[in-house]
Design a protein around this ligand. Structure first.
Ligand SMILES: C[S@@+](CC[C@H](N)C(=O)[O-])C[C@H]1O[C@@H](n2cnc3c(N)ncnc32)[C@H](O)[C@@H]1O
Length: 278
């Protein structure tokens, strides 16, 4: 059964994203931020006990194993193609979309974009300086993710790029961005979440809010329509509302959906309180 949560600036549905997106008209979306299942889950059994001595990593840790993320091989390829076909249909030529990835799905996203005639604007490397150590000792420590920025307008390149705002932006935590200089494609953004980002419960692959806020700064449109197909705990939806966009989002897990709804309610309430104070 579909559950709908509606506020002034958001409509979130407890629903399968592919079914939900069918209701969106052609060229109905200005921007999408897609944080899909990467297919990175593993059944391997490495773990760190609660009494480990690594600074800054809390208590017990084990490798990620989530049912929603168990998508690999040809199934993952078909998933990616279906997702990007939907983006091609619903994103305006003046808009764009972002796709988060690791090596598990990045190749699929890149090839599928090229096959579908979707131009990759940039491939961003998100450097995670506080990446968790590799537990097996059999690989390098994975300390980055890939983010694709893509548009649907083919050779006309009408997509929105908030160039000056991006160039002038100051990110004190990012040691690679110099004030007044063009933003480059390697971003130094710590992965840790502020306490308030997990106030209503956390998500195992929750993105830090400051990362989503950067995507909005670069490509957002005030009063425009933002799509978040895989809400998780709602990080991208919260960033979109704070920026001034209207959000439509989907999540098929009721626990994560409830966290997203509470976070959206909180940010809406804080905006209303600010307007009342003015
Ligand atoms: C990578 S997580 C998103 C995390 C989010 N960026 C955050 O900061 O919390 C992907 C989410 O997509 C959800 N999901 C997976 N397949 C889905 C589908 N077909 N329709 C809707 N949601 C789906 C999972 O339950 C998971 O919460």
């Amino acid at each position: 059964m579909t559950k709908v949560f509606e506020t002034e600036n958001a409509r979130l549905e407890l629903a399968d994203a592919f079914l939900g997106m069918q209701t969106i008209p052609d060229n109905g979306i200005d921007l999408a931020i897609i944080d899909p299942p990467y297919g990175a889950s593993t059944k391997a059994n490495w773990s760190l006990p609660a009494n480990h001595s690594l600074n800054g990593f809390g208590g017990q840790w084990k490798l990620a194993d989530h049912d929603w993320d168990n998508i690999t091989g040809y199934e993952a390829w078909k998933f990616t193609v279906a997702l990007l076909e939907e983006m091609k249909r619903i994103i305006k030529p003046t808009g764009s979309f972002w796709v988060h990835a690791t090596y598990h799905n990045a190749g699929f996203v890149n090839v599928a974009c090229q096959m579908l005639g979707l131009e990759i604007i940039n491939e961003v490397v998100w450097f995670k300086r506080n990446a968790f150590p590799n537990l097996s000792g059999r690989r390098l420590t994975a300390s980055h993710e890939t983010i694709y920025w893509v548009h649907t307008g083919q050779g006309r390149r009408e997509y929105r790029f908030n160039y000056e705002e991006t160039k002038q932006a100051r990110f004190p935590e990012d040691l690679l961005k110099q004030p007044g200089k063009q933003l480059r494609t390697v971003w130094d953004i710590p992965n840790n979440k502020r306490r308030e980002e997990a106030r209503y419960g956390s998500h195992p692959t929750q993105k830090p809010l400051r990362l989503s806020e950067r995507l909005l700064l670069i490509s957002g449109l005030k009063q425009g329509q933002l799509l978040v197909p895989f809400l998780g705990s709602g990080t991208e939806a919260v960033a979109g509302i704070k920026y001034g966009m209207n959000v439509i989002g989907f999540e098929n897990d009721s626990v994560f959906f409830d966290i997203a709804c509470q976070r959206v309610r909180e940010v809406e309430d804080s905006l209303t309180a600010q307007i009342t104070l003015l």
